[in-house]
Design a binder for this molecule. Structure first.
Ligand code: UDP
Length: 357
């Protein structure tokens, strides 16, 4: 297959702004190329180094990113930036589409959903967030009605946030597990990994760490600086080590030392790559029952799933963390969330779309 991957317009690949999409897109592209498929990436300017580090072909496109959907209200109108990166990306797709069998859209944006019926090649849409915008969902409903089976999400919980949940294809992600080292003997520390922005709920993790008297390692891209300052100011007694946004190899070296990864989101987490990455290191996951991490984590086996926003419940669950067998965590990642499993799931889906188009 000749595949044209169109990256999320929110930021360059390798920046961390795109969250889990970045790793999933790069991992899948690389795995498909290894299997003999042809994959070209179209991505925001600045994506080149992350792509060439993996031997991937990337066409860089300039322009201003759109406003993040999570920073807007559900009812907000669609506004394209000027000059619009999103428009530039899809103009490039229009020029190149005849050279490919399938276009793969990695963004939750109105424009590609609207444009779908104007392209001659089929488009597979991979949605990596829960429902956030009425206007975007309206166009997505249109795509589903006219091109059934072409829109995928990563978890059932994420699917349930959309009014057309039953029409979405659910394809969980997977990681290259060779990049994560199993550690059976952690230190008495906790970890938090993610974009630092209100929907990720870092303040609740800080509250848990303080109540449990545990030091906390924080890794991730600071997307909202004032928010991060407020979080730290609210918990001055927290023993925090901030590492910034790290490449996978360095991130997992710190993550694997921790007793547990805490996931305390304020939005419905679509998947939660970081949950799989923790399990791959043998690190149990302590997650709110709000989104993907609750499907990845087997309660009382590979961590604990606790009621959303209930800090006391998470502190209590943390008390039982040593009952979790870290080898079980690693094997859960191997059984369900390997890159091989992800590649099989996605490449079967791509083939189905090409066959019926
Ligand atoms: N990540 C990273 N280095 C860091 C912190 C995070 O590479 O220092 C990556 C992590 O590997 C994961 C992504 O950031 O792939 C976060 O994705 P997740 O699905 O957990 O959340 P999202 O940001 O997509 O909501």
């Amino acid at each position: 297959m000749r595949l044209l991957f169109v990256s999320t317009p929110v930021g360059p690949l390798g920046s961390g702004i795109g969250g889990g999409v970045e790793l999933n897109l790069l991992n899948l592209a690389q795995a498909l190329v290894k299997r003999g498929e042809e994959v070209t990436l179209i991505a925001p300017t600045g994506s080149g180094p992350a792509c060439s580090a993996r031997g991937l072909v990337c066409i860089e496109v300039p322009g201003m990113p759109p406003e993040l959907a999570q920073n807007q209200t559900r009812e907000e109108a669609i506004v394209l930036a000027d000059p619009s990166l999103l428009t530039n990306l899809w103009q490039k797709v229009r020029v190149l589409e005849s050279e490919y069998d399938l276009i793969v859209n990695w963004g939750y944006d109105w424009l590609p959903f609207y444009l779908t019926s104007f392209f001659s090649r089929p488009i597979a849409h991979i949605v990596s967030m829960g429902s956030l915008s009425d206007a975007v969902d309206g166009r997505l409903a249109h795509v589903i009605a006219h091109f059934p089976g072409t829109v995928a999400v990563h978890t059932q919980t994420q699917a349930q946030t959309f009014p057309f949940a039953q029409d979405l294809v659910v394809l969980p992600c997977g990681m290259d597990l060779t990049q994560y080292e199993f550690n059976p003997n952690p230190q008495s520390r906790l970890a938090w990994v993610g974009r630092i922005t209100p929907e990720k709920g870092l303040e609740d993790t800080l509250a848990v760490a303080v109540k449990a008297h545990k030091p906390l390692d924080i890794m991730g891209y600071v997307q909202d600086e004032p928010y991060y300052r407020r979080c730290l100011a609210s918990y001055p007694q927290a023993e925090v080590t901030f590492h910034g946004f790290l490449p996978t190899s360095q991130m997992q070296a710190i993550l694997r030392e921790s007793q547990a990864l805490l996931i305390t989101p304020k939005w419905v987490e679509a998947f939660g790559n970081v949950a799989v990455e923790a399990l791959a290191c043998g690190v149990p996951v302590l997650a709110y029952d709000r989104g993907g991490p609750q499907e990845i984590t087997l309660d009382s086996i590979t961590g604990f799933v606790t009621p959303a926003d209930d800090i006391e419940a998470m502190v209590e669950a943390l008390g039982g963390i040593e009952l979790i067998d870290r080898a079980q965590c690693r094997s859960r990642a191997e059984q369900e969330f390997s890159l091989d499993a992800m590649t099989r799931r996605f490449s079967n889906w791509f083939k189905q779309i090409v066959e019926v188009s």
